[in-house]
Design a binder for this molecule. Structure first.
Ligand code: GEK
Length: 241
């Protein structure tokens, strides 16, 4: 696995973060060493999916990157007639994701779509995965996304939303940030790399608080909203239609 050294050697100010070819190349290493709990979240994903997926429906993976959640979902499906649609707007991610899907030996059909998830129609969905991607959308676009997802889901369908969280309480925010940074240090990132990545993500990744997420999910029409996973400032919420 190629090592993420993107912020290792520069001294000039970091430019805003983009999902470039360089990021796609090191992405599995980058996300595992940056998001505490990421691997466990992927391990638990098939368990959620097995219970929620319905025959003759679709699973969507919005912001699929290299398809880690798509492949976890694909291996979980046992019902007939299920298709997976994976969407990402970074061409380098999509190209690598298609390659990974082709190399995987499950027979569940997967379509990898290059496009903005805001433009993709959601239809006949029993499961929608949005892992660490809504956080990159402008805040003003987030209500519409969840409304669209809700409209495209079957009754009883499950949205699984993973996000970096913000906190209203300044002490709690600082505690989470400090522990997250210690996690990154323990993964081998230097203080300079951590500071530069943080600077590059400023105004690009915009976290929101848990109450804001709950309100938005409820306003979109989801009837049951569950907090089921959190590692420091990274969480996953399940919402049933
Ligand atoms: C995983 N879910 O491994 N439309 C489509 N894709 C987008 C958009 C958009 N508007 N904005 C950002 N992306 C993955 C990890 S990474 C999370 C998701 C991270 C895509 C972007 O190109 C990138 O591939 C992904 O969302 C976010 O489980 O890097 O922290």
């Amino acid at each position: 696995m190629a090592k993420d050294e993107i912020y290792r050697n520069h001294s000039d100010p970091a430019t805003p973060f983009e999902f470039s070819e360089a990021v796609a190349r090191v992405f599995p290493d980058m996300i595992e060493r940056s998001v505490p709990g990421y691997r466990l979240l992927l391990e638990l994903t098939p368990i959620l999916i097995r219970r929620a997926v319905q025959p003759d429906t679709r699973i969507y993976d919005l912001g699929c990157s290299l398809g880690a959640a798509t492949l976890a979902a694909r291996r979980a499906v046992q019902q007939p007639g299920v298709q997976i649609k994976a969407v990402d707007n970074a061409p380098e991610m999509v190209q690598r994701c298609r390659q990974r899907v082709a190399e995987d030996n499950s027979r569940v059909p997967v379509e990898v779509i290059e496009g903005d998830l805001r433009d993709v129609e959601i239809d006949h969905a029993s499961v929608v995965l949005v892992y660490f991607t809504m956080q990159f959308l402008p805040v003003a676009a987030r209500d519409a996304l969840l409304l669209k997802i809700h409209r495209g889901m079957k009754p009883g369908g499950l949205l699984v939303l993973a996000e970096k969280l913000g906190f209203e309480n300044a002490w709690e925010q600082r505690w989470m940030d400090e522990n997250h940074h210690d996690f990154k240090r323990a993964q081998g990132y230097s203080d300079l790399e951590i500071a530069r990545k943080r600077q590059a993500l400023e105004n690009v990744l915009v976290p929101e608080t848990r109450p804001v997420h709950h309100r938005r999910l409820e306003n979109a029409g989801f009837v049951h909203v569950y907090d089921w996973f959190q590692c420091f400032n990274f969480c996953c919420i399940a919402a049933e239609r």
